[in-house]
Design a protein around this ligand. Structure first.
Ligand code: PAN
Ligand code: ZN
Length: 185
């Protein structure tokens, strides 16, 4: 008999910026992000001088089959590499029929999306609900130098990830420090 997935819930812990319970945790340090920032020499230097965590992901695992929904919380630390803000690697979904929703919880971020030569940017504040249509590559950036950017994501369990494509077709827009704010270049 097929195993029945039990209903479950968790709670967003405001102090830890994480779910109270989660089935998997991943962190990405600067050492995991070779080649992602424009100034690779500076990234390497920062790796050697402490290798800070860039972002953390707290995920609820479900069976990877059509109909189920994956969801997670991402927390991007404040910081930058030679002016380029800390960000996620970014990816496309292997299954190009799979969309995704991001919900801003804390801090200030940008959602960078692209499809072919089209780019779109959505500023993410607490309460922003952003829709990433199927087929668009997506990356998030923390554009605060002082506080973490935290958001919730939910997407179809059969989406899969394609990180290589985001390297082959790099995100065209970069968010860089501009005084106490940011600008896109
Ligand atoms: C998000 C991302 C998460 C981390 O849950 O996976 O924010 O970013 P990277 O996967 O690019 O490292 C999502 O888009 N899931 O599909
Ligand atoms: Zn995604």
């Amino acid at each position: 008999m097929e195993k029945v997935l039990q209903p479950f819930f968790t709670i967003f812990d405001e102090n830890r910026n994480a779910f109270t319970r989660y089935s998997s945790y991943e962190e990405r340090k600067l050492s995991d992000m070779k080649g992602y920032f424009a100034n690779e020499a500076r990234r390497q230097q920062m790796e050697e001088q402490g290798n800070p965590i860039v972002y953390r992901v707290y995920k609820q695992d479900v069976p990877l089959k059509e109909g189920e929904l994956l969801h997670c919380i991402t927390m991007i630390e404040p910081g930058h590499v030679d002016g380029e803000f800390f960000m996620t690697k970014g990816h496309y979904h292997l299954n190009e029929d799979c969309a995704e929703i991001y919900y801003g919880q804390k801090g200030k971020g940008l959602l960078l999306m692209q499809k072919g030569d089209r780019t779109e940017t959505i500023e993410m504040n607490p309460g922003t609900v952003a829709y990433i249509p199927a087929g668009w590559g997506h990356r998030t950036v923390n554009v605060s130098q002082h506080e973490p950017f935290v958001f919730f994501s939910v997407w179809p369990a059969q989406s899969g990830y394609n990180y290589q494509r985001a390297l082959d077709e790099p995100f065209q827009k970069k968010a860089v420090v501009d005084g106490d704010s940011y600008k896109l270049v």
